[in-house]
Write a protein that binds this ligand. Structure first.
Ligand code: B3K
Ligand code: ZN
Length: 881
């Protein structure tokens, strides 16, 4: 917590570290109130640095002793300025011994060493290691670690750290020890320790080269019935990385530890991944299909970091997307491959596109917009964003689209050949891709340096006599903070042409046959692509498989969209056509609702929905995606002045219309898509449940009694959490008389399952009937805890980010609540407070009345004298012009 003006750090100011560290020996005497950390480092001057002082970072530490080459340093031998400890005139080679004290039980920020439900846990990325000991805590300093842990045996029977266990034993007086050695040099952000009362599911697993690795999933006693899915996911991840990229597990032991108090999803510490329980614990009783899928993806993600992030790491934090964008891409491909079928893969891709549009596009268009490789930051923790992660993954995906899967693999191989064991930059990855394929990817660099979402405008012209179709593509990119003008991007635009029958036409450009999908490379502001031998006037299917993270504009007619919605061979674009059809209508309905007019929905649209709903040749999972309407926030993004209430009214009206006019088909679907028998989280069953529950939701959007009876019946008889919450959600969203009782029953049954109680809070927080007063009341519930990030997210963040009607209440009460909670949370956990503060990013887009209240709330937060850098950066960017 600082009161001085936060400092901005610039990418251009990078200088190499003055000293390199070879070895680190850490000794921990673990005590929740007062932990002693002894740190012995061997260092040597870095020939690549002009700087001669030793620079160590430290935060919230009490320095007890400091020795250099055996000699105790006095106050005059070093300087401490803020978080930096500097030692001048040090020799070429030094051994530093540092003893510090910290208080893990007082650490509510959950960064560094903290206590969670009585257990010791660490989180060091990005800059948590400096809260454990003084250290050159920057990712380009890689060292070998040996760790000695000492703790009370009764309270902390399990002692874990990175690498291999080399020794353990008793210390007398009820204490014991364990010594761990990590054979691989690593940056400090990958350090981890766990001292806890835990149990594990473990298994020996055969690696491709014949070695056996010990795999463990550690959880609190009582949760051993929820570890199997994580273990299976881990094994699948290991196998997949061997097969797809030839990358093997390099350790004899790989551990996952679950904790209930965690700022994000999980962390890829070398050999000792630490996870939020949300991404480990699952069984059908407590976890939904989405939870099962999330666990597989996150277990994969953290495992894949072992190569993309750990073996090859980032030179500095500006390069974060080097590991995150690439690793998200890898986990996305993994999830797609695990589903296997092409339509399953498409559904997976549609989910990615939806997230990107729903969360990343708004970020790119708001005050926090930044390039995939940012140029500056105040607080690095604010840059673990959807831009760095999800847009970063799209950037990596574009290499694969441009180079092909094999070309991409060649690039990956070269990347590891060149950089294994190094801390590198995004440019190094791009060079490896270019060099391995003999391609010039210079212009592609702009995806890393320019922020904002590019807009690609398309126009098509068919020349009947020449049998040519000319596609004119032009690009532009709106100004973003600090970047008024943009240069053209290198954009892969995958295109197909549909004939009147709905079938793909063969594509030829410059005499080259390109199959039925051509990847056009748009590199200029404007380019023409001429397809020859086009037998009929086609309907263009543009940006297939969402080949670039851009907004695509084309003046589609309703007829063309209906044609694509019925026939496009590219499932992503088929879905996209449906989204465009609904979005157009939702925007018109919103206008009418705002003017107090009468709402109506055309038959054409309802018929198109009916056709998809009843098309049994389509996968249920795809049908569900195609029938799902754009969210209220996505509608808001399309408007010049956002009016949350009319948007809600319009969307609710459309849901009710679909529910009523397709009543029979929805009911039939509800009945035909049941998944009786034992629960299985395979893609097929997940798809059936999704479609069935969407049908239930549509039916529940109408006033029909029958739907509520179905929901009640499903709620009572459900044998899995997916069906249980879907039914409860339908009751809550219909404001059914049975809802309060169902909520109580749900609570009583799952009182001891923290992750389920999170759902209980979140469902209430996002109900359109839940106003600020109700949220305040829920905050007084004994199960609410302001110190637990999952709980805060489930109640406070869900309300502010996913209950638009109430959050944007006309009296400004939602915003006042937001300010109050941001301030309260900031004193406990700046990272969580900062995430919440982002709910106000796009305040300038609302009506003047709402804007005035929002500004007031932002100013209230900004006016606090004691505010973390995290929150200060976000609110000051929101308020600046
Ligand atoms: N690398 C971590 C994120 C750390 C966030 C620090 N504020 C998880 C991940 O992306 O795998
Ligand atoms: Zn990651």
């Amino acid at each position: 917590m600082r009161t001085d003006t936060p400092q901005t750090i610039y990418r251009k100011d990078y200088t190499p570290p003055s000293y390199l560290v070879d070895t680190v020996e850490l000794g921990f005497d673990l005590d929740p109130a007062r932990t002693i950390v002894a740190n012995r480092l061997t260092m040597r001057r870095n020939p690549a640095s002009a700087q001669r002082e030793i620079e160590l970072y430290g935060e919230e530490l009490e320095l007890v002793a400091l020795r250099l080459n055996g000699k105790t340093l006095g106050k005059r031998d070093y300087r401490i300025e803020g978080n930096l400890l500097r030692i001048a005139h040090a020799p070429e080679e030094v051994t530093l011994e540092i003893e510090t004290l910290c208080a893990p039980e007082k650490n509510t920020a959950l960064s560094g060493l903290y206590v969670s439900n009585g257990n010791f846990i660490t989180q060091c990325e990005a800059e948590g290691f400096r809260r454990i000991t003084y250290f050159p805590d920057r990712p380009d300093v890689m060292a070998r670690y040996t760790v000695m842990l000492r703790a009370d045996k009764e309270r902390f029977p399990v002692l874990l750290s990175n690498g291999n266990l080399v020794e353990e034993g008793e210390l007398g007086d009820g204490r014991h020890y364990a010594k761990w050695e990590d054979p691989f040099p690593k940056p400090s952000y990958l350090f981890a320790l766990v001292a806890a009362k835990l149990v594990c599911q473990e298994e020996k697993f055969q690696l491709a080269d014949g070695r056996e690795a010990l795999l463990q999933v550690w959880v609190e006693e009582g949760n051993l019935d929820k570890t199997d899915h994580a273990m299976q996911s881990l094994k699948r991840s290991i196998r997949w990385d061997e097969e797809r990229y030839g990358l093997e597990l390099d350790l004899d032991r790989f551990m996952i530890v679950a904790t209930g108090d965690f700022n994000m999803g999980a962390m890829e510490n070398k050999g000792l991944n630490i996870f939020n329980t949300k991404y480990v614990l699952a069984n059908p009783r407590v976890a939904t299909d989405v939870d099962f899928q999330g666990i597989e993806a996150v277990v994969g993600h953290e495992y894949f970091h072992n190569w993309t992030g750990n073996r090859v790491t980032c030179r500095d934090w500006f390069q974060l997307s080097l590991k995150e964008g690439l690793t998200v891409f890898r986990d996305q491909e993994f999830s797609g491959d695990m589903i296997g079928t092409s339509s399953g893969r498409a559904v997976n891709r549609i989910d990615q596109v939806r997230t990107l549009r729903q969360v990343q596009f708004p970020e790119d268009a708001g005050p926090m917009a930044h390039p995939v490789r940012p140029d500056s930051f105040v607080e690095i923790n604010n840059f673990y964003t959807v831009t760095v992660y999800e847009k970063g993954a799209e950037v990596v995906r574009m290499y694969q689209t441009l180079l092909g899967r094999e070309g991409f693999r060649k690039g990956m191989d070269l990347y590891f050949e060149r950089h294994d064991g190094q801390a590198v930059e995004c440019d190094d990855f791009r060079s490896a891709m270019a060099d391995a394929n003999g391609r010039n990817l210079d212009q592609f660099e702009r995806w890393y340096s320019q922020s904002g979402t590019p807009v690609v405008q398309a126009e098509g012209r068919y020349d009947e006599s020449a049998r040519t179709y000319t596609l004119k593509l032009s690009q532009s990119c709106p100004p973003t903070p600090g970047q008024p003008d943009k240069l053209p991007f290198h954009i892969p635009v995958a295109v197909g042409l549909l004939g009147a029958s709905g079938r793909d036409l063969p594509l030829t450009i410059d005499g080259k046959e390109l199959g039925t999908t051509a990847v056009l490379e748009l590199t200029e502001s404007e380019q023409n692509f001429v397809f020859s031998g086009v037998a009929e006037s086609p309907t263009p299917s543009l940006l297939r498989d969402f080949s670039a993270p851009v907004v695509l504009k084309y003046g589609y007619s309703d007829a063309e969209l209906l044609h694509l919605f019925s026939h496009d061979s590219d499932p992503v674009n088929r879905w996209e056509a449906g989204q465009r059809l609904s979005m157009e209508r939702l925007l018109k309905l919103t206008e009418v609702a705002a003017a107090g007019g009468e709402l109506s929905l055309d038959d054409t649209f309802v018929e198109a929905m009916r056709k998809i709903l009843t098309d049994d040749t389509l996968d249920p999972a795809f049908r569900e995606q195609a029938l799902l309407l754009p969210s209220e926030s996505m509608i808001a993004d399309q408007m010049d002045v956002v009016q949350p209430l009319p948007i809600h009214t319009a969307r609710q009206f459309m849901r009710a219309e679909i529910g009523a006019r397709l009543h029979n088909e929805l009911l039939a679907t509800y009945r035909s898509q049941q998944t009786p028998g034992e629960y299985s989280a395979d893609a097929e069953s997940i798809g059936r449940r999704a479609l069935k529950n969407l049908a239930l939701a549509y039916l529940g959007a109408t006033p029909a009694e029958q739907a509520l009876a179905l929901a009640q019946e499903q709620f009572s008889n459900a044998t899995n959490m997916t069906d249980r919450v879907a039914a409860l959600g339908a009751l809550i969203h219909a404001n059914a008389p049975a809802a309060p009782d169902a909520l109580n029953r749900f609570y009583d049954e799952f009182e001891d399952e923290a992750l389920v109680i999170d759902k209980w809070f979140a469902m209430q927080a996002t109900a359109a009937t839940t106003d600020v007063a109700k949220v305040r009341k829920l905050m007084k519930h004994p199960a609410f805890n302001m110190r637990n990030p999952n709980r805060v997210r489930s109640l406070i963040s869900s309300f502010c980010a996913a209950n638009p009607v109430q959050f944007h209440a006309a009296d400004g009460s939602g915003y006042a609540f937001w300010a109050e909670q941001v301030i309260a949370l900031d004193a406990l956990n700046p990272q969580i407070a900062s995430r919440l503060s982002r709910a106000m990013d796009r305040w300038r887009r609302y009506t003047p009345e709402l804007q005035a209240y929002m500004k007031q709330a932002l100013e209230k937060v900004a006016g606090q004298t004691k505010l973390s850098n995290d929150v200060r950066e976000v609110v000051s960017k929101a308020l600046s012009n």
